[in-house]
Structures are given as C-alpha cells and as structure tokens.
Design a binder for this molecule. Structure first.
Ligand SMILES: [Zn+2]
Length: 410
C-alpha cells in the first residue's frame, strides 16, 4: 500500500477543485419546502454527476415522498465503494439542504455566489454542510486517483431535510433501508465540532421546548383588584421554574455545560399599552436534559410547579410541549468509530481528540436511536446559519486527510 503522505499531498493538490465544487454547490440553493424552497434536487443531481466520475460500486437514490417538494419527493443519495475485506463498513453522512440566508442586508454579497478571501470560502451552505460533502468527496477521490483499493467498504450518504427534522432524509432512509448499516460499522457525521477538530460528539441531551400560557383577567391598571395579572403570574412561574436546576442537578463531564439547562427564552407580546393589566401571557422554556434523566420526570415536576403557582395566584396555567426529542443512547466512548477517528485525527494533526456530549439536535441521534454508534465530528469555524457563513479551505483539506486515514486504516 502507498504511504499516507502520498494521499495527504494528493489531497493538498485539490485546493482549486475544492473551491470549484464549493462554488457549484453554493449556486444550487437546496431549501426544503418548510424553508421556502422546493427541495434539494438540483444540488443532488450535481453531486450524483460528480460521484459518477469516481465510479462507485453501488449508487442509488432513495426518494422520500413529499407532496410539497418539486416532483413530489426529496432526494437522498447512497454511494459506496467495495473494500477488499468483508465486515465493517465506513460511512460518512452529509446533508444537502441549507437554511435560508436570513436578513440579506447583513450579507456583504450574494449568499449564493461563493467568494474566496484568503483561506476563507464565504457563502450560504459552505460550512453547513458542504464542508462535509466536499471533504468526504475528496478523501475518496484521493485514494481512487492513486489507484489504491479500500481495505473496507466506504460509503458516502447525502441526505435531504436535515434542517427541518430529517423526516424526508435520514429518518426515511432508516425506515426504508435500515439494512444498509450494521451495528459495528463506522458512521461519521461531519456536521458539528470545534475549530481544533478535537471534539468527537457522541452524546446529546434531550430537548424539550415548553410553551406556558397564563390566563388571568384583563382590566384597567388603576384597578388591579378587578382583574388577575397574567404577567405577574408569568414572572412568578419563571422564578419557580428556576428551581428545576436544583431538583435535577446531576452533572456529566461529557457535556459542557455539565448540567441540564432550563432557560426561559421567548415571551409573546401581551397588551400594547401601559395602562392595561394583561389577562393572557405566553412564554417558553428551553430545556436540555442530561441522558441521566427521563424527559417525563421533568414534565411531571413542571406540572407540580404550575399547579402551585396557579393555585397561589388564582390563575389558569396551561403547559404544552411544542418540541420534544428524547436523547438517543450515547455512542460508547470506546466504540470503533470513536477509536479510529481519534487515531486518524492524531495522525494528521498531532492533536488529542476527546469524546463529548452536546446540547442536542444533530441528525446522528436517528442513527443512535436505530442502534448504530455514530460520531459527529469536523474541524469547523462554527458559522453555520450565520450571515456571511464561511469555512476554511485548510480545514476541508485537513478533514479530507483525516477521513482518508480512517478509510485506509480499516
Ligand atoms: Zn448541518
């Protein structure tokens, strides 16, 4: 087998091709219907063309029916190259879709016209998740261009709908084709990480978003005795909910912060004028719950606190979970994906990577839920969803080298 150094220098020579592919991808905005678009078709077609140049052994589409999208479906792509050995395969999963640019006045330029500034590539989607698409593509290409065989099967998966829930993306693939993946496969999702590339995300907190509606009686502010102030009620309830931190106070060193968090966030507008006591207030609580607790335990306690305040102030308080994602079982820190990734990171950058947990919300949770250990990792500037989103060409090259190392190490 050819030395790793050959593969690394091959990857370094792809710089202009990396930029060109990023430009083509950025010019094909892949917005899901819920984000005001028609789907990921154009971007998917371009990637399929590029993949064909690498002559995969397996290549097929998994189209998820979606009435709202162009042609009635959302595109997912599965490609793989066979390895010389049987057994464990290595998969890299990236997502095709992007989020809208948001306020255009905050962008220095057209978000869909990629620009290069030194080491930076700027445009919507360049980091989230084209960084992953491009680095995995060039990792495969380098090995094939050098006429090397993969020791193990290597697969690249490109999914739709990551940004709006994955119903038409990874969730659909796992529903239709769970058989593609085996429990001991190495599955990497390059859609999160830190600037050093040392964070291997293996666990998530559960996510729970609660909506509280406090109903009192509206009246003139000069005669509070004639009404029931819903805003005072909301304020007292917020203070009461703060005790959740004390009640559920376990800490877990995988995470940062190490504790569960319970943060009041959004509050809806109530009365428009100062001299009216409001009779209805709505606010929201964002909870990120350590895997050590069940979400139902939290909800039970919230209901107790609600009742306490409602009774004390004679108000009606309703609570509703508007979003709930119970965390999947964490990927073990000693699973093959974590071990081989950490080894490859160390080989390429000399750094020591660390398994960690995050606040929740990556697509890896669906793999873990299906019993498939998965690591989320990449070397990124963390500009996803921001105006003037950018990524570093150097980081794409580094990550391609790390992925190629994982492919070749078997
Ligand atoms: Zn993403």
């Amino acid at each position: 087998m050819i030395g790793f150094e050959h593969v690394y220098s091959k990857i370094e020579r792809y710089r202009s091709e990396i930029i060109a592919m990023q430009r083509e991808l950025t010019a094909r905005p892949a917005l899901g219907p819920e984000n005001g678009g028609t789907g990921e078709h154009e971007k998917a077609d371009y990637i399929k063309e590029q993949l064909l140049l690498l002559k995969p052994d397996i290549s097929f589409d998994i189209n998820a029916p979606d009435e709202m999208a162009a042609n009635g479906y959302r595109p997912n792509i599965v490609t793989a190259w066979n390895g010389s050995k049987q057994g464990r395969a290595i998969w890299i999963l990236s997502h095709l879709d992007i989020v809208p640019p948001g306020d255009l006045s905050l962008w220095k330029d057209d978000p869909y016209k990629m620009r290069v500034e030194g080491d930076k590539i700027i445009g919507r989607g360049v980091e989230d998740n084209q960084h992953g698409i491009v680095s995995s593509y060039f990792a495969v290409k380098a090995i094939l261009d050098l006429k090397q065989a993969f020791p193990r099967k290597v697969g690249l998966v490109f999914v739709a709908d990551e940004e709006t829930g994955s119903k038409y993306g990874l969730q659909y693939i796992l529903k239709e084709r769970r058989d593609l993946f085996k429990e001991d496969d190495v599955i990497i999702v390059p859609d999160g990480g830190n600037e050093e590339g040392t964070m291997i995300e293996i666990a998530e907190k559960s996510m729970l978003w609660l909506k509280f509606t406090i109903t009192g009686v509206q009246c003139h502010a000069s005669t509070p005795e004639k009404g029931k102030n819903s805003l005072s009620g909301a304020a007292k309830l917020i203070v009461e909910l703060n005790t959740l931190k004390e009640r559920f106070d376990l800490s877990n060193p995988l995470f940062k912060p190490q504790e569960s968090t319970f943060e009041p966030t959004r509050i809806e507008a109530n009365v428009p004028n100062v001299n009216t006591i409001p009779g209805r207030d709505v606010f929201y609580l964002d909870c990120r719950i350590l895997p050590d607790y069940k979400v139902d335990e939290i909800i039970k306690e919230v209901v107790v606190l609600n009742k306490k305040i409602a009774k004390k102030l004679d108000l009606k308080i309703d609570v509703e979970a508007i979003h709930r994602q119970d965390c999947a079982p964490p990927t073990p820190a000693d699973s093959p994906v974590v071990v081989s990734l950490a080894k490859a990171i160390n080989k390429v950058t000399g750094l020591k990577a660390k398994p960690m947990g995050i606040g929740g919300g990556t697509v890896a949770a669906f793999f873990r839920e299906a019993g498939l250990p998965t690591a989320v990792w990449s070397t990124i500037s963390q500009t996803a969803h921001q105006p003037n989103e950018y990524c570093s060409i150097k980081n794409i090259i580094t990550d391609a080298k790390i992925m190629a190392t994982v492919f070749l190490s078997g």
